[in-house]
Structure formats: structure tokens, C-alpha cells
Write a protein that binds this ligand. Structure first.
Ligand SMILES: Cc1ncc(COP(=O)(O)O)c(C=O)c1O
Length: 422
């Protein structure tokens, strides 16, 4: 078999998978502490996205126009068997990478951005707002808005805004208006700018700004992770992967990936969850933002400005200000409620790795497979070493990994790692 497994366009699934009806117990509902936050959601989320957020249907049809947009930006994406990387471990493992970096925007984020922009357009608004950490989501929203004939206003975490000039430029080329967050465009931003410790920003602050701006100016807010609807749209990757592996008689022993808010990992893993009970599910995050290994499972705000309803999730606190790590996409304080519930039930286990470790793995991957991973994506690579050790004792293990994005716009961060070690 070749190293590349493709899916033809006609075989791309024509539905998204909703895990809500298949969860081991009902998902704790959002909690409205202020008495206003559910109203806020209703106003700022596109109508159809809000309906999907609480839907109990397990399959939701993808409109034809959206299927066309998916094709245009590079779907279906291939699975690449990383044989050269496998050899490093001297162990009977097979690694199957679902290559979301092969899309136009360079990551899995476009899978949901296209859908939310499409439904925002149907609601008749002229623009959408969003937050972005490292910029992958912002790029996806700028691209999706352009393809749907909308403007986009993007609040980008200040620490990343300074580090990721090319990402900012890419958003601007695609028509996005990008603002460093905290900004002076919103009440939340102005408040945060008064506190020196908060000036580097966080995803939680950027979310509050994007929601407030949409609310005050009659736009729609497009959310980049965490919520059920965003994950629903990102299941297109897992549904494709399942077909690709099943067409080739491959059953994964492990499904691995990284967690910022939880969307790429859930997007890949959820479509397997119901039928692949013997598969082990492992998700990795950043040790500098250790919400999975050191967080608590409790209700917390998804945003620092406390505008949105509280969610039941693993969290290290909505006011946690993470260090300015290079994997900006992993700086979020919480984990998607659906994924958190599976973690709580012991179905998904978690690991956290530090920046230095993942940089070494990113380097090894680039030098064997010839493809530079995003620093976020690279956080899942150390899990492979652990599985390889197990395979040496127990025999062959097949690993499916969410290769959430390429690192071609992260070279500045990688350059800093080289400079600091030379
Ligand atoms: C390449 C990449 N992978 C993973 C993530 C983590 O986010 P999520 O957990 O929502 O997939 C991000 C977030 O920006 C990202 O850019």
C-alpha cells in the first residue's frame, strides 16, 4: 500500500456527526449566572449554528453549497502514513496522519469557519467577528468570510499578534481586519489594558472582545473551538478518516491529537467513539497551560470578560493568564464540555508536554517526513514514543493522529528556539 490514502470527492461524507446523543450521560447544560448570557448567545451566534449547538440528531446534513466550498479549500484531505518517522522508534507501530495542513488555510480550522460564515451570511449580517490565538483560526475566518462575501473583524491575542507577523499579513491579504487584543475597541479590552499583567492578552479576553463587538454592532460571532457546533463541523475530518481507514481494512488502536479548546482532536476522534470501543483515546496539551492534567472539572466561564454562559469543563480558571508560549493555539484555559465529559469518564486520557520537548519532536518529524508541523500539532508527537514502548512489549499498534496544521507560518517561533539554544 502507498504511503498516501486518498478519498475521492464523491466519497466525502455528506453529513456531520453529532456526539451529543451518544455521550455516556447527558451533557451538563450551559449555566446562566448573569441572567443575560443565554440572550447574548442567541443574538451573536448564527441562527442555524445555535440550533446545531443543542441538536439531538446524530447526523446533520451538509448543504451542497458547503460541500462545494469544502472541495474548493482542499477537502477531502489525505491520510499520510509516516513510515520514516515510525522507523525512529524501532518498534512495531504504524502511524496514520490525517493531514489538515493540506487545506488552503493550513489547518483544521477551515472546516468550521466555512460553515459559520455561510450561516452568518444566511442571517443577512455584513460582517463576522472572532478571536484568534496563534492566528490559524483567524486565517480560516478571514478566508471563509471572503468566500462567503462577508467582512471579518478579528481580535488576535496580543502576544501572538507580535510574534506572528505573517499570520497577521495573511489575514489582511484575505480581507480580515485584525486587532491586537486587548484592544481599545471594546469595554472589556479597555478594562484589561489597565492591568499590565493582562496586556499580553489571552483567548478568553479575545473571545469577550469579539462577542461584545458583534453584539454592539449587529454582526455575528464565529467561535473557533470548545462549543458543540464548532466540533460538529470539524467532524468532517474524522468522518473522512474513518472511511479512508475502513476502505483499507485499518482499525486504529490509538487515536491521538492535541487540545487547545478541543476541536481538532474531537473532530477526528468523535466519529470513531461509538463503534471503536477497543481504541484508546489520548489527547495532549501544553504543560505551560496544564488545564487537562492539573485543571478541575467544574463550571467556568469560557471567556475572561464573563459575558458568555458558564460551561462544565476541565479548566484552570477563566482569569488564568498563560505565559506567551509559541503554541499560541494551546493557550486556552478550558477544554470543550463534550471532550471534558469523556475525559471525566476515563474514555479519553491526557498528557501535557513542555515547549522544549515538542520543539525537538517537531524537528525530528521535519527531518524524517519532510513536512514541518505546527508547534500545536507537535504536542501529540511525544505520545507516539509512549505507544512505541508499549508496542515493543505487546506487539503491533496502529496510531491515527490529527495532524492539525503545518508550521510554515510558525518559523519565527522555531527560529527563536534555535536562537535561544545556540
Ligand atoms: C494547528 C493547530 N492545532 C491545534 C490547535 C488547538 O485548537 P483546538 O483544540 O480547538 O483544535 C490550534 C489552535 O489554534 C491550531 O492552530
Amino acid at each position: 500500500m502507498s504511503n498516501r490514502i486518498d478519498l475521492v470527492q464523491d466519497d466525502m461524507p455528506d453529513f456531520w456527526y453529532n456526539i451529543l446523543p451518544d455521550l455516556p450521560e447527558p451533557l451538563p447544560p450551559p449555566r446562566d449566572i448573569t441572567g443575560k448570557s443565554i440572550e447574548v448567545l442567541k443574538k451573536v451566534m448564527p441562527t442555524e449554528v445555535l440550533r446545531h449547538e443543542f441538536s439531538s440528531e446524530s447526523k446533520i446534513k451538509i448543504p451542497e453549497d458547503l460541500r462545494d466550498l469544502y472541495f474548493q479549500v482542499g477537502r477531502p484531505t489525505p491520510i499520510i502514513r509516516a513510515k520514516r518517522f515510525e522507523r525512529l522508534f524501532n518498534s512495531p507501530i504504524e502511524i496514520y496522519m490525517k493531514m489538515e495542513g493540506y487545506t488552503f488555510s493550513g489547518s483544521h480550522k477551515i472546516n468550521s469557519a466555512l460553515v459559520q460564515a455561510y450561516y452568518s451570511k444566511i442571517d443577512g449580517v455584513p460582517f463576522v467577528t472572532t478571536e484568534t490565538g496563534a492566528g490559524q483560526w483567524g486565517i480560516a475566518v478571514a478566508l471563509a468570510s471572503t468566500l462567503n462575501g462577508l467582512k471579518s473583524k478579528i481580535f488576535m491575542v496580543s502576544a501572538s499578534y507580535r510574534q506572528k507577523l505573517y499570520r497577521v499579513t495573511m489575514m489582511r491579504m484575505l480581507g480580515g481586519e485584525v486587532h491586537s487584543s486587548p484592544s481599545n475597541l471594546t469595554k472589556v479590552g479597555i478594562e484589561m489594558l489597565k492591568d499590565e499583567k493582562k496586556r499580553d492578552g489571552s483567548l478568553g479576553i479575545a473571545i469577550s472582545e469579539a462577542v461584545e463587538y458583534a453584539l454592539e454592532n449587529n454582526g455575528k460571532y464565529n467561535v473557533g473551538s470548545v462549543v458543540n457546533a464548532d466540533i460538529l463541523y470539524k467532524t468532517i475530518a474524522g468522518l473522512e478518516a474513518r472511511k479512508q481507514l475502513e476502505n483499507n481494512g485499518i482499525e486504529p488502536d490509538y487515536i491521538i491529537g492535541v487540545v487547545g479548546g478541543g476541536s481538532n482532536y474531537s473532530g477526528l476522534a468523535f466519529p470513531f467513539y461509538k463503534d471503536y470501543k477497543n481504541t484508546k483515546y489520548i489527547a495532549a496539551g501544553s504543560l505551560e497551560v496544564p488545564k487537562m492534567t492539573r485543571g478541575e472539572y467544574r463550571y467556568d466561564y469560557p471567556d475572561t470578560g464573563m459575558i458568555l454562559p458558564q460551561l462544565m469543563m476541565y479548566t484552570i480558571g477563566y482569569d488564568f493568564i498563560p505565559p506567551p508560549i509559541y503554541s499560541g493555539g494551546l493557550r486556552y484555559h478550558g477544554v470543550a464540555p463534550t471532550l471534558s465529559l469523556l475525559m471525566k469518564k476515563g474514555i479519553v486520557s491526557s498528557r501535557d508536554y513542555d515547549q522544549e520537548t515538542i520543539f525537538r519532536y517537531a524537528e525530528l518529524y521535519s527531518r524524517t517526513e519532510g513536512y514541518i508541523p505546527a508547534p500545536e500539532t507537535s504536542h501529540a508527537l511525544p505520545i507516539i514514543k509512549e505507544i512505541a514502548e508499549e508496542a515493543k512489549k505487546d506487539g503491533k499498534k496502529r496510531i491515527l493522529m490529527s495532524f492539525s496544521g503545518h508550521g510554515l507560518l510558525d518559523l519565527g517561533s522555531y527560529a527563536t528556539m534555535y536562537n535561544s539554544s545556540s
